[in-house]
Design a binder for this molecule. Sequence first.
Ligand SMILES: [Zn+2]
Length: 186
Amino acid sequence: MFNCGSDIEYLDIITINEANLPKVSSPENTNSKYFRVCRACGAKIYFEDIEEYKATCPECDDPDLMNVPLEQDGVTYEVPHKANIPEVNLKLVEITTKKEITIPEKGGIIGKEGTIEPEYMQRFRFLSRKHLEVCYRNRQWFVKDLGSTNGTYLDQATKLKPFEEYQLHHNTVLRLADVKFQVIIE
Ligand SMILES: [Zn+2]
């Protein structure tokens, strides 16, 4: 006779074992004694010293890794105050109207059907539906033209090649079709 119960029990054991597999960030760094255990994914992330900064968890990109206490051989260090980690914020100021657009840290897409203030973007006739991607990585901001019809320019001269990343710098002018934004990074 077929026994359902034992089958289910067997499957349960497999699942538990896989979930309990230890995760290690990268084997070549395991000589380092400093680590933080990521609260999001449980990975043990090693640090060279107390000062080393990682913007996100290398395993799962969780942005709160630095808020976990640093440990070393059973010693737990203070969590650094958030104020000690300088923020790098990006704001785009539309030059004709002075309208300020704050870009969220997770980045997003600018366009008439983008993720960043799409209702405001509707008014720009020559903007594509998904014109430009903005992303934040390693404390730097990058943009990528998403194959827009009328192009993206940096400081008037440089036309962005579609689907290639360019770094944004403070005080440059970012032009999407005929719409100009002043780049403010602070
Ligand atoms: Zn993680």
